[in-house]
Ligand binder design. Structure first.
Ligand code: C2O
Ligand code: CU
Ligand code: CU
Length: 518
C-alpha cells in the first residue's frame, strides 16, 4: 500500500465551507490512478484476503431470469396488504458448492417482492429469528418515522413486531427493504437480507409496457461455500462479492421481446454498477422516487451507486444482433487495496432480443408533473470524511472490526443518542452534501423519510445545475464533490442519513435527523 492520508477528524462544517474544496482534495486522484495501474484490473486475480474465494464457475449461469417471487397478500379486502416476513438463518445449496448458510427473508434471498399500490394500508408482521437484533427499513417508502426500522427501534433476536403504514398518493416507485440494526446492517445484508418493493399507481402512464425486475446484489463466497465475514479491505472499501446476481441468479439469460420497462435496483453493499447494453440506446423514465416528468431518451450508460434504483425502457433492436449483453462497465470509485482501480468490465447477463412490430410500445412524452420545491427556509450541511491508516500492521485476526478506520459525518462518528440535525415538519430545507474524502473515495449519500430534488452539483470548480427534475433518495458524490438538494419531510420524528456503502455506515458514517413538529 502506498497511500497514507492525513486525518480529517474534527473537520467541522465551518472549516469545510471556509476552504475551497478542490485545491484541498484535487491532489488525491493522481496517485490513486497510479496505484490502480500497478494493481491491474481484475479483482479476482488480485484477491489477497484471508479467505479462498469460490471460483466463478461454481455458480451456474444462463438460467432464465424470472420475476421475483411475490409476498402473498393475506388480506381479504381491497386496499389492505397484510402479510408476514420472517428473517431467519437458512441453508441453501448454491451451484456445485456445499450448502451455504445465509440469512433469508421467508426462506429466500433476495427476499420476496412486496407489490403494493398507492393508498394501500400495509400491515407486515415481522419475526426476527436471527441470532441477533434486526429491523426492517423500508428504503424509499414515505412512511412514519416509528415504522421505518431505525436502529433505535430494534427487534431483539427472537422478537417480533408489526410494521403498519399507509402509502400516500404520489409514492409509487421502485423501492426496497433491508435490515438497519446498529453496526450490523452490512453483515445482515451481505448474508442475504434484502428484498424489493414496488409501489404502483392506479393510472400508470407506462402500464401498456411489460415489465421485468432486475434486483442486483453481489455475493462474496468462500471456496467451501460459506459466506466469510468482512476482512479489512471489505471494511475499508465496502464489500464487493465476486458473484453479481440478478434476482439471485448468476449471469442469467434475459429475454427482451419488443419494448420492456426494466426496474433496476442496486442492492449491493458497495459495488457501483455502470450499466450498459453494449451500446444499445434506452430511455430513463424513473429514479429512486418514481417516474420522471418526461423520459430521457438516447442513453447508453447508467450509473447506479449502491441503493440507487432506476426504471428504463428498452426495445429489442430491429437489425441488431439477437444476443446482446447487460454489462457492468469499469468504474473507478476510489477503492483501495484489493479493489484498487476500476473493476474489470463484466457481463452481468446475456439478453436474447426478439424484435416484433406488435410488441413495440411508444413512451408517452410526459409521465407526471414534478414541480420544483420552493424557496428553502433552512439550510443543513453534511460533510463526509474518512481516514484509514493504510500502513497499520495487519491485525492478528483478519476479520476483526477495525478500530482505526474513521468514517465520519461532520467530523463525528454516529451516535444513536445524538441528534445531529434538526428539521421542521413540512418545510422545504436545503441540504449541502460534501464528500471530503481524504482517500479519494466516492460515497453515496442516502436519507430516510422522503425524496429530494437535486439542485446542482459542484465538482472540480465547475457548478452543474441538475439537468432534469427527479425525485431521489440516494445521490453519489465523488471525492471533492458537493451537491445541493432540497427536501421536505411530511412526518415528524427521527430519521437517519448516511453513506449507503453499508460498511461505512456501520463504521460511523451516519447521522440522526430529528424532524420537529411545527
Ligand atoms: Cu437503505 Cu438507511 O438505508
Ligand atoms: Cu433508507
Ligand atoms: Cu462511504
Amino acid at each position: 500500500m502506498i497511500r497514507r492520508r492525513t486525518l480529517l477528524l474534527g473537520l467541522g462544517a465551518g472549516a469545510v465551507l471556509a476552504h475551497p474544496l478542490r485545491p484541498l482534495f484535487a491532489t488525491t486522484a493522481a496517485p490513486a490512478m497510479a496505484a490502480m495501474a500497478a494493481h491491474g484490473m481484475d479483482d479476482m486475480v488480485n484477491y489477497s484476503g484471508p479467505t479462498d474465494l469460490a471460483p466463478l464457475s461454481s455458480l451456474p449461469i444462463h438460467r432464465p431470469l424470472k420475476p421475483l417471487p411475490r409476498l402473498t397478500n393475506r388480506a381479504r379486502r381491497d386496499g389492505l396488504f397484510r402479510s408476514k416476513l420472517v428473517a431467519a438463518p437458512a441453508r441453501l445449496k448454491l451451484g456445485t458448492l456445499p450448502p451455504t448458510s445465509v440469512f433469508a427473508y421467508n426462506g429466500m434471498t433476495p427476499g420476496p417482492l412486496i407489490e403494493l399500490y398507492e393508498g394501500d394500508q400495509v400491515e407486515i408482521d415481522f419475526f426476527n429469528r436471527l441470532p441477533q437484533s434486526s429491523t426492517v427499513h423500508w428504503h424509499g417508502l414515505t412512511i412514519p418515522a416509528d415504522q421505518d426500522g431505525a436502529p433505535q427501534d430494534y427487534i431483539p433476536a427472537g422478537g417480533q413486531r408489526r410494521y403498519h403504514f399507509t402509502l400516500p398518493q404520489g409514492s409509487a416507485g421502485t423501492h426496497w427493504y433491508h435490515p438497519h440494526p446498529h453496526m450490523m446492517t452490512a453483515e445482515q445484508v451481505y448474508r442475504g437480507l434484502a428484498g424489493a418493493v414496488i409501489v404502483r399507481q392506479r393510472n400508470d402512464p407506462l402500464q401498456h409496457i411489460p415489465e421485468q425486475e432486475l434486483f442486483i446484489t453481489d455475493l462474496k463466497m468462500a471456496a467451501d461455500g460459506s459466506i466469510p465475514p468482512n476482512d479489512r479491505d471489505d471494511w475499508m472499501n465496502g464489500r464487493e462479492g465476486q458473484f453479481v446476481l440478478i434476482n439471485g441468479l448468476h449471469m442469467p439469460l434475459i429475454t427482451l421481446v419488443g419494448t420492456q420497462r426494466w426496474r433496476i435496483w442496486n442492492a449491493c453493499s458497495a459495488r457501483y454498477l455502470k450499466l450498459s447494453l453494449g451500446g444499445l440506446e434506452f430511455s430513463l423514465v424513473g429514479t429512486d422516487g418514481g417516474l420522471l416528468s418526461a423520459p430521457v431518451h438516447g442513453l447508453t450508460e447508467l450509473l447506479l451507486a449502491p441503493a440507487e434504483r432506476a426504471e428504463i425502457i428498452v426495445s429489442a433492436p430491429r437489425n441488431g444482433p439477437s444476443r446482446i449483453q447487460l454489462i457492468a462497465e469499469p468504474y473507478d470509485r476510489g477503492a483501495m487495496g484489493r479493489l484498487a482501480g476500476p473493476s474489470r468490465r463484466r457481463v452481468l447477463a446475456d439478453i436474447d432480443t426478439v424484435y416484433t412490430e406488435e410488441a413495440l410500445r411508444t413512451i408517452p412524452d410526459t409521465l407526471r408533473p414534478i414541480s420544483p420545491l420552493g424557496t428553502p427556509t433552512a439550510e443543513h450541511m453534511v460533510a463526509f470524511s474518512d481516514y484509514v491508516d493504510v500502513d497499520a500492521p495487519p491485525p492478528s485476526n483478519p476479520y476483526e472490526r477495525p478500530q482505526d478506520m474513521l468514517f465520519l459525518v461532520n467530523g463525528q462518528a454516529y451516535d444513536m443518542e445524538r441528534i445531529d440535525i434538526e428539521g421542521r415538519l413540512g418545510e422545504v430545507e436545503e441540504w449541502t452534501i460534501i464528500n471530503a474524502s481524504s482517500m479519494g473515495m466516492e460515497h453515496p449519500f442516502h436519507i430516510h423519510g422522503g425524496h429530494f430534488q437535486v439542485i446542482e452539483r459542484n465538482y472540480d470548480g465547475i457548478t452543474t445545475p441538475e439537468p432534469f427534475l427527479a425525485w431521489r433518495d440516494t445521490i453519489n458524490l465523488k471525492a471533492g464533490e458537493s451537491a445541493t438538494l432540497r427536501m421536505r419531510i411530511d412526518e415528524p420524528g427521527l430519521r437517519m442519513f448516511h453513506c449507503h456503502i453499508l460498511e461505512h455506515e456501520d463504521l460511523g458514517m451516519m447521522g440522526n435527523l430529528m424532524i420537529l413538529p411545527k
